[in-house]
Design a protein around this ligand. Structure first.
Ligand code: BTN
Length: 271
């Protein structure tokens, strides 16, 4: 493959991540940055290597970016942020999935402030604005007898100008929402700083569920989902302390749903 001089400099100077600019004002998270131009998935690399606590794995593109429930995450060269935070939290394995919700709050806050438009969370892990998804979060755990490890993978659509047929009604990017090109390094720094605060409070026992509920677009809305082969409808009433979405069904009974089991759909388009 050959590049013109113009393409070469565009690539090197304008689009590739400048890792020297990734310097979050944190105590732990993001002090060790592991950067790749291409990987299968930053989550996979983070899970399969012995990186130290707080390491952030970042890639320019992913060939097998993973989403929730076996889906793929479109990871085009340099249009998005593809990063995974490696954590060694002293928490039980069943609380690791709560890190998805914590990261969701942080991305939401950072993007809302930066873009000056409201971002919300579609339970459990989609960050949405103007009815479309801009960011997804996938947390994976590596459980062992000695030390549990959590990998919080964050994908943010930053400079995408459009999406293909399958995604165009569901996905958006920061550029499509604001018309501005924000530097990915600045977004990464801000997300890591915000996340470290929430994460530190969380492992010290502070709950963030009330903050999450305020940002969660599903609360007080109708949702439908398939559970054990049956389509169930109801109103999302709150989020339980373990991260489950609490649904009041049409017959008046309540049901807690776990992020691992179902994909929630609202009745208003994507929500
Ligand atoms: C989802 O919305 O279903 C979750 C998407 C998570 C995508 C990110 S991109 C960085 C990290 N590496 C992956 O393979 N997935 C996550």
């Amino acid at each position: 493959m050959s590049f013109s001089l113009f393409e070469y400099f565009c690539c090197k100077d304008k689009h590739m991540t400048d890792t020297s600019k990734i310097k979050p004002n944190t105590n732990l998270i993001g002090h060790n940055i592991v950067y790749f131009e291409t990987v299968n998935s930053t989550n996979t690399v983070a899970k399969e290597n012995d990186f130290k606590d707080g390491t952030v794995v970042i890639a320019e593109t992913q060939t097998a970016g993973k989403g929730r429930m076996g889906r793929t995450w479109e990871s085009n060269q340099s249009t998005g942020i593809y990063m995974s935070i490696v954590l060694m939290p002293d928490i039980s394995a069943d609380r690791i999935s709560l890190l998805t919700l914590a990261a969701g709050i942080c991305v939401c806050r950072v993007l809302t402030k930066m873009c000056n438009i409201p971002f919300k969370i579609k339970w459990p892990n989609d960050i949405v604005a103007d009815g479309k998804k801009v960011c997804g979060i996938l947390t994976e755990g590596v459980i062992s007898e000695t030390q549990n490890k959590a990998v919080v993978g964050i994908g943010i659509n930053v400079t995408n100008k459009n999406f293909g047929d399958e995604l165009c009604n569901k996905a958006s990017s920061i550029y499509m929402l604001t018309g501005k090109v924000f530097e990915r390094e600045n977004i990464i720094n801000a997300v890591l700083e915000e996340f470290e605060k929430t994460y530190t409070d969380f492992i010290r026992g502070k709950s963030f569920i009330k903050d999450y509920e305020k940002l969660c677009i599903n609360i007080d809305r109708q949702v439908t989902f398939v559970k054990d082969g049956k389509t169930v409808s109801g109103t999302a009433v709150n989020v339980a302390e373990n991260g489950e979405l609490v649904i009041k069904k049409e017959d008046g009974t309540t049901l807690n749903i776990n992020s691992g089991e179902v994909s929630v759909r609202g009745i208003y388009g994507y929500y």
